[in-house]
Design a protein around this ligand. Structure first.
Ligand SMILES: NC(=O)c1ccc[n+]([C@@H]2O[C@H](COP(=O)([O-])OP(=O)(O)OC[C@H]3O[C@@H](n4cnc5c(N)ncnc54)[C@H](OP(=O)(O)O)[C@@H]3O)[C@@H](O)[C@H]2O)c1
Length: 282
């Protein structure tokens, strides 16, 4: 992405990974009140694309702080989009990180994976605000430059609190329910393809982002144990986990032919083993 002027928003797990991985010429971080992103600074920077990774992501915290969660996950992305549009024009690609957690499965009622056109069915406040943020952005910017990415259980080699590998290395008991997972590398490739010449066809829509096939928290825990990063996990049933966890854990399997044609993602198990090996060395 040499020569691009990417405005990368968010200093969390994914923001840090993308900052390093996308090798952007210039980046700018979003502070809580958006004060750094006034019209003057946006006009001076004139980004060629915007990638928004900011959001409140701790499910328990989100239940306890609904106003701030709604502001960060729904109102703030819309305000950011409006500021970019006003300062730089409606044609600047705006890539927004949503979540596959807007669906509570693991599968649809007909037994198929969830796809980008399925209506959201949020099971907790965090998921509800992510779905609301997407709906507000899509209403404001139908078609055109907006791209909404819905990954699931994001992981990378970084030793970060929100890295799914860090979470699954901590819990002694893990469920064995089918789930999609998303490597931060797959998100980076998706962003590159969407912003590259020819990527216009994938803009103006929602893309589910994931590796091929399914895995489970128990399988990931087993891979982490094989890499010496935790003890061998014990299995816990979903029903037993739901008794103890508030809000309850969401399981989701994703499918999106448009995304697969654009990115040709690796198999879930291959990518997990590659990234866990890098995580172990970090
Ligand atoms: N992690 C996953 O498994 C996963 C899965 C699917 C989708 N996603 C989505 O991917 C995006 C990135 O996730 P992540 O894993 O990088 O989460 P993260 O590590 O929690 O990073 C999010 C960052 O956004 C910041 N932030 C929150 N509200 C903000 C606001 N109003 N203004 C500026 N910054 C704000 C957070 O700061 P504070 O910590 O100070 O709040 C945090 O640094 C999120 O939108 C998330 O919903 C994540």
């Amino acid at each position: 992405m040499a020569g691009e002027r990417i405005l990368l928003v968010g200093r969390g797990h994914l923001g840090k990974f993308l900052r390093e991985r996308l090798r952007v010429d210039g980046d700018l971080h979003w502070i809580a009140e958006l004060a750094e992103l006034d019209e003057g600074s946006l006009k001076r920077m004139h980004p060629s694309a915007v990638v928004n990774t900011a959001g409140k992501t701790d499910l328990r915290w989100c239940e306890d702080h609904p106003a701030e969660t709604f502001r960060s996950n729904a109102s703030a992305p819309l305000e950011l989009y409006r500021r970019i549009k006003a300062a730089c024009g409606p044609e600047v690609p705006f890539v927004h990180l949503s979540s596959g957690c807007v669906w509570d499965g693991p599968y649809r009622a007909d037994g198929k994976p969830f796809g980008p056109d399925d209506p959201p069915a949020p099971a907790c406040f965090y998921s509800w605000t992510k779905a609301a943020g997407d709906a507000m952005l899509l209403r404001e910017a139908p078609g055109g430059a907006l791209v909404i990415l819905r990954p699931r259980q994001v992981y990378s080699p970084l030793k970060a609190e929100r890295n799914t590998l860090s979470k699954l290395a901590r819990y002694p008991q893990l469920i064995d329910t089918p789930n999609s997972m998303t490597s931060a590398e797959t998100i980076a490739k998706t962003i590159e393809r969407v912003l590259a010449p020819g990527g216009e066809a994938a803009r103006g829509r929602i893309l589910c982002v994931y590796e091929r096939g399914v895995t489970s928290p128990f399988e990931v825990g087993t891979f982490l144990a094989q890499a010496g990063l935790r003890k061998k996990p014990e299995r816990i049933s979903k029903a037993d986990l739901d008794q103890t966890l508030k809000p309850k854990r969401v399981d989701t399997v994703l499918s999106d032919p448009c995304f697969e044609a654009l990115v040709d993602p690796p198999a879930a198990q291959d990518e997990l083993k590659r990234v866990i090996a890098a995580y172990a060395k970090a």
